[in-house]
Write a new protein. Structure first.
Ligand SMILES: CC(C)(COP(=O)(O)OP(=O)(O)OC[C@H]1O[C@@H](n2cnc3c(N)ncnc32)[C@H](O)[C@@H]1OP(=O)(O)O)[C@@H](O)C(=O)NCCC(=O)NCCS
Length: 329
């Protein structure tokens, strides 16, 4: 008899059992599909006024065989939540995934959330169990993304030729680790506010957010407190405005993998190869700071032709297809 229970992320033994299930359920994926224990142990219990989380465990006697995760933003998109179900590979097809998905819906609805979103990871271009499961749970595909990975050797082989071709005339590139210089903060916030309307979201029902200096500073401090380094490059236009931003994130617990966070160039400044210039800056930065770095991951909508072209030029290769899923309750 399997029971579905809420897990307190501050109960470290229970959190570890939950983490183990997710780790086992995602082990079929390439790359680094699941956070290291040290990262989850710190990040999941941490207070975060930006997002609420609920963890569910599917418990059979004394063993956890399934894990559920519901995350919801608390500042905007109050209608939406993200739901994930993981079942230990030796215990699938017993109805546990369905029970987790149902319970996640109950929790989401209880919090007034009416749009559920999720993610299914598949071999490039392929189909698979996560998609079959999602469709059986009533989710539709809202957007298709590719998960890409860059081997640092591939980057180094291309870097000099690319740098020689990039002339961001009239712009200055400013870099920082996590904490934005005060003089750029307002303009940086204005650009961040554009993100949700400028990134291709397909059918995903999400709205924009407002990034005040206070909100940015609080987010930076949460990153610092959890040992996350957001290595950021800003393109500064002649009039001082932040025209573009890109970042690469590295955790203190893992100097071998990095992830691209956000990249956006203000529509008024596009077509000048600022996207490429910013990515070169951030990748150079992390390679210099972490000599052990092996890989950088990113993901983009398949329809995002410009970003995909930049990433391919840098040497990124597609390793998975990501389906962004959505269900309206
Ligand atoms: C996807 C996953 C959660 C399914 O867990 P599960 O406990 O096996 O799911 P259930 O037994 O409740 O199956 C529910 C329905 O999903 C579909 N489904 C599940 N596995 C399937 C498979 N191997 N082939 C085809 N359909 C499948 C079926 O419609 C099934 O209903 P049915 O058994 O009545 O036919 C599990 O395989 C897993 O953890 N995968 C890795 C993580 C992941 O991709 N999670 C989903 C995205 S968040």
């Amino acid at each position: 008899m399997v029971d579905i229970e809420q897990i307190n992320p501050r109960n470290e033994a229970a959190l570890r059992a939950w983490w183990e299930v997710g780790h086992a359920a995602t082990a079929y994926r390439p790359g680094k599909p699941w956070p290291l224990w040290e990262q989850s142990r710190v990040a999941l219990p941490a207070d975060n006024p930006e997002r609420g989380i609920t963890l569910l465990g599917a418990i059979d006697g004394r063993e956890m065989v399934g894990a559920g995760l519901l995350t919801r933003t608390l500042r905007e998109n109050l209608h939406a939540a993200m739901a994930f179900a993981f079942v230990r590979p030796d215990r699938t097809r017993e109805g546990t995934g369905r029970r987790l998905a149902d319970e996640l819906e109950v929790v989401a609805a209880g919090d007034g959330r009416t749009t559920l979103q999720s993610e299914a990871y598949l071999p490039p271009g392929g189909a698979g169990v996560p998609e079959a499961f999602a469709r059986a749970m009533g989710y539709d595909v809202a957007s298709r993304e590719s998960i890409k990975e860059l081997a640092t050797g591939d980057y180094l082989a291309r870097r000099d030729a690319l740098a020689a071709a990039v002339r961001a005339d009239g712009y200055r590139v400013v870099t920082f680790d996590t904490v934005c210089p005060e003089e750029h903060l307002d303009s940086f916030g204005r650009l961040l506010g554009m993100l949700m309307s400028e990134v291709p979201l397909g059918e995903l029902d999400l709205t924009t957010s407002e990034w005040t200096p206070e909100r940015i500073r609080a987010a930076e401090q949460r990153q610092v407190a959890t040992g996350r380094h957001v290595h950021t490059a800003l393109a500064i236009a002649a009039d001082g405005a932040v025209a573009g931003v890109s970042d690469v994130r590295v955790d203190d617990t893992d100097h071998e993998h990095a992830q691209v966070g956000i990249t956006i160039v203000d529509p008024a400044h596009r077509g000048r190869r600022l996207g490429l210039a910013l990515k070169l800056a951030t990748h150079d930065l992390v390679l210099a700071a972490y000599p052990t770095l092996e890989r950088v991951d990113t993901s983009n909508a398949e329809v995002n032709t410009h970003m995909n072209a930049v990433n391919e030029a840098l040497g990124y290769r597609t390793i998975e297809t990501l389906l962004e899923l959505q269900k309206k309750l």
